[in-house]
Design a protein around this ligand. Structure first.
Ligand code: NDP
Length: 241
């Protein structure tokens, strides 16, 4: 698999799955446009790979649109950035709900819109991978806004696959189970909770960020030329049992 001469825009490339994805795709020859919030993370990444850093808060719709436009053209998109907050259905505030949806669901739409408009105007095909979660289909306690945002992202992926697929742009999602990144540490630091989760994963362990990055690379590549509209679990079998 080679991404030589191809450019990939990766959101949330500063940490976790996004960083692993940027490094993996760069190792396969891609030039990375790293779009994330913390300038320090961008400096660190730019010190390791050939990368164009773009600092933006994806909760800001207009700033996101401007940032993507300034980064185009790119060959592929990975909508990876995401955020969470542990609040129950009874406690979650409107502000938290709106913020999580702005980052996890609206920003991927805006990035995809700008990317797809540009590809279509140039008469080119393409591919997008949206980083969703098994939380799109499982009702985890205290993840009300997060689960809703990922369920919406899967739905958005299907509509994109339908509308953009007919223009030659494939759109798929990956749906990891707990992946050992800073976000997971925040959500799964309680050993009792982690143990219960591990017991439900037939392969008996959480996912490494590199293992999600490899699946993302596959879905972007020509090896997946007829894969469009899937929500692909990277979950060690969690959803199978
Ligand atoms: P991390 O928290 O480790 O990294 C998230 C990245 O996204 C960071 O670089 C962060 O930047 C960036 N980001 C977050 N909010 C914004 C924002 N408003 N504007 C710009 N950048 C932002 O998360 P993970 O790597 O764990 O998660 C990546 C994706 O994978 C997410 O969509 C998540 O929902 C999904 N996922 C994660 C799982 C897990 O267990 N880790 C399991 C299933 C899915 P900064 O730090 O500067 O805010």
């Amino acid at each position: 698999m080679s991404f030589q001469g191809r450019t990939v825009l990766v959101t949330g490339a500063g940490k976790g799955i996004g960083r692993a994805t940027a490094l993996h795709l760069a190792s396969l020859g891609a030039r990375i446009v790293a779009l994330t919030r913390s300038p320090a993370d961008l400096d660190d990444l730019a010190g390791r790979i050939d990368c164009t850093p773009v600092a933006v808060d994806l909760a800001d719709a207009e700033a996101t649109r401007d940032a993507v436009r300034s980064a185009l053209p790119v060959d592929f998109v990975v909508n990876n950035a995401g955020t969470t907050s542990l609040e129950s259905v009874l406690d979650v505030s409107s502000e938290t709900f709106d913020h999580i949806h702005a980052v996890n669901t609206r920003a991927p739409l805006i990035v995809a819109q700008e990317y797809a408009r540009d590809r279509i105007a140039r008469g080119l095909t393409g591919a997008i991978v949206n980083v969703s979660s098994i939380a799109s289909t499982v009702g985890f306690r205290d993840h009300a806004a997060y689960c809703a945002s990922k369920g919406a992202l899967d739905a958005l992926t299907r509509v994109m696959a339908n509308e953009l697929g007919s223009r030659g742009i494939r759109v798929n999602a990956v749906n990891p189970v707990v992946t050992l990144t800073p976000m997971a540490v925040k959500a799964w630091s309680d050993p009792e909770k982690a143990g219960g989760m591990l017991a439900r994963i037939p392969l008996g362990r959480f996912v490494e960020p590199d293992e999600v990055a490899a699946v993302i690379a596959f879905l972007l590549s020509d090896a997946a030329a007829m894969v469009n509209g899937v929500a692909l679990p990277v979950d060690g079998g969690f959803l199978a049992v």
